[in-house]
Design a protein around this ligand. Structure first.
Ligand code: SF4
Length: 92
């Protein structure tokens, strides 16, 4: 298994490097649901064409990133993926 938390060279090829962090993490405060959804959709669109989407997602999963879009997934989607993976491990 690759340990993405220790191998961060993938970040050099991140498609989001040229974007403001706020697109992926939102403003510090005061973002409404109506504002959040289109922002996250725009961030996910950047992730769609990112060459390091998989290591980015796995890094976020391994390091329990609580906020932001990583690997095209929101925090809720990562939590859901974590539960699905845990269920799959228990079933195998
Ligand atoms: S998958 Fe998305 S958040 Fe991750 S490095 Fe690529 S563009 Fe950035």
């Amino acid at each position: 298994m690759v340990d993405y938390a220790d191998q961060l060279d993938w970040q050099e090829r991140a498609a989001c490097r040229d974007y403001d962090n706020e697109l992926f993490f939102g403003p510090d405060q005061g973002e409404s649901e109506i504002e959040r959804q289109p922002r996250e959709a725009r961030a996910k669109a950047v992730c769609q064409s990112c060459p390091v989407r998989e290591p980015c997602l796995e890094f976020a999963m391994e390091t329990n990133q609580k906020y932001g879009i990583w690997g095209g997934h929101t925090d809720k989607e990562r939590a859901s993926l974590k539960r699905r993976r845990a269920r799959a491990r228990r079933a195998s």
